[in-house]
Design a protein around this ligand. Structure first.
Ligand code: FAD
Length: 468
């Protein structure tokens, strides 16, 4: 059986590794529209959280990668919330090692991506880089994929792990669920601790991740390097309402007045009382907008897709996805979406990578459960295999969609709290955050962080976890 994975981002690579473990007989091919990041000096992406659930998932199909990530990341268990007057409102628990076995990690997208690529010495060479997909469609019991260079490949199952602007998704929905700008733009980057004032360096070196909420947006910062690192780095981000997304190539220096206007008068507990004008926020913004490290900066207008009604082609194909170029209510389920292609989520959920790992493992376990043991041959005409794939798709959607949709809805509510608000709303928000901090961690976090993919799949299938 031949399985093609489109997209060698975090989700696509995780899928590749999970399938290699659970479907070792399947022939896997992985394609990406960009060059290998290992051949570039650019640091692609900003900081990401890897929750206890994401780590538990990765541990079950690639434990060595998890160990490497844990060695290089910053581990924490709570977030400090502060107001723009420099007052810490409260610390909220956010995934402790004692409770969930794995503490929350803050790290870079680039590092997680690189670890998944370097995990297997051959991995980088296995990916067909610079192969951009232009169309995906179903034909009888196969899936066809055309690349921009005109090449067409066929396979038995195609996994669309091609991100928020997924071309694969068009095969199922056409343009119907295309991403929309949510009115918030994120700015962020990495600042070496040594670039801040001596006072701030000493004060902040043992800080936990912090989010300061003001009436015109939010500003967060977090260590991104391990506790024992000798060259500590801070990740920072600012989310603000901006009516129209700024052009991607807007120079950093042009952002400085905008960021200073929003956060320049904000205070923090790490400000030097003897130098009150040189606040932490002003220092970070200045270093970020004028420092030499161009790679250490990003501006990301936030685009999301509406919640999709399904994640596989089982329920029908768009004009684009049907061979006859006529929308069809019949699909075989051989096109399956995963990661951001199925559910691009706001960063407030801090679950983008963790949920992509969960998707990958769930799908691998389900395909292993339903498909015949011998996957060495291609089965395009085999009606039985088609039924098995359809069962796997339905189970995948039943297990994954309710969980992920709930995470997205909660993240969107949190994102809305970063929009511009009145003084009264600001104070009410502070009280709400403070009240939340009194709730037990089990109530706040168990549903997301204690989640175990293997338990969930075993329960759904009515089998024991050991038999998966
Ligand atoms: C450049 C970048 C920066 C990011 N930065 C952050 C961040 O700072 N913080 C955060 O929380 N999350 C970030 N994310 C999102 C985070 O990586 C995802 O939420 C999570 O890893 C799940 O990703 P994914 O693999 O499903 O999708 P993605 O990470 O988007 O990967 C999709 C892959 O598909 C490839 N692709 C897309 N279209 C095509 C096509 N037509 N043909 C072939 N290949 C295609 C892309 O090149 C990419 O490698 C970033 C994503 C990207 C792509």
């Amino acid at each position: 059986m031949k399985i093609i994975i489109i997209g060698a981002g975090v989700g696509g690579l995780a899928t590749y590794h999970a399938f290699r473990k659970y479907l070792p007989q399947a022939r896997l091919e992985i394609y990406d529209g960009h060059p290998s990041p290992l051949k570039s000096n650019e640091l692609i992406g900003g900081g990401i959280s890897l929750g206890p659930n994401g780590q538990r998932t990765l541990a079950s199909f690639l434990p060595s990668a998890l160990s490497t990530i844990r060695e290089r990341a910053f581990e924490y268990s709570g977030i400090a919330f502060a107001n723009a007057d420099g007052k810490v409102i409260t610390n909220i628990p956010f995934g402790s090692k004692e409770r969930y076995k794995y503490g929350q990690l803050m790290t870079t997208r680039a590092m997680v991506h690189e670890v998944l690529l370097r995990e297997d010495a051959e991995m980088d060479g296995r990916v067909h880089w610079c192969m951009k997909v232009s169309r995906v469609w179903e034909k009888d019991n196969t899936v066809c994929v055309r690349f921009e260079d005109g090449t067409v490949e066929e396979c038995d199952v195609l996994i669309g792990a091609d991100g928020a602007r997924s071309q694969t998704r068009n095969a199922i929905f056409g343009e119907e669920y295309k991403p929309f700008y949510d009115g918030l733009t994120g700015f962020g980057g990495f600042v070496p601790l040594t670039s801040l004032s001596r006072f701030t360096q000493d004060a902040i070196k043992n800080a936990i991740p912090s989010i300061t909420m003001g009436r015109v947006g939010a500003f967060g910062y977090s260590p991104i390097t391990p506790h024992n690192s000798t060259s500590k780095v801070l990740f920072w981000f600012s989310h603000s309402e901006i009516e129209k997304p700024l052009p991607r190539d807007t120079p950093r220096a042009d952002m400085m007045p905008l960021l200073l206007k929003r956060h320049g008068s904000w205070k923090s507990i790490y400000d030097d009382p003897k130098d009150p004008e040189n606040t932490l926020f002003k220092q970070i913004i200045t270093v970020a907008c004028t420092g030499k490290e161009h790679n250490n900066w990003f501006m990301l207008p936030r685009f999301y897709t509406p919640l999709l009604p399904h994640w596989t082609s089982l329920h029908g194909l768009s004009k684009e996805g049907s061979e006859t170029r006529m929308p069809s209510s019949k699909g075989t389920g051989r096109i399956i979406l995963l990661g951001d292609a199925a559910h691009a989520m706001p960063p407030e959920g801090a679950q983008g990578v963790s949920c992509a790992f969960e998707d990958a493992l769930t799908l691998a376990l389900l395909l292993k459960h339903y498909l015949p043991q011998d996957l060495t041959t291609s089965h395009p005409q085999d009606a039985l295999v088609g039924e098995d794939i359809a069962k796997a798709c339905k189970s995948y959607e039943d297990i994954r969609m309710p969980r992920v949709n709930k995470i997205i809805s909660e993240a969107r509510e949190k994102a809305d709290r970063k929009r511009e608000i009145s003084w009264v709303q600001d104070k009410i928000r502070e009280i709400v955050i403070w009240v939340f901090s009194w709730l037990p961690e089990s109530y706040m976090n168990d549903e997301i962080f204690a989640y175990d993919v293997e338990d969930s799949v075993a329960k759904y299938l009515g089998v024991s976890k050991d038999s998966l």
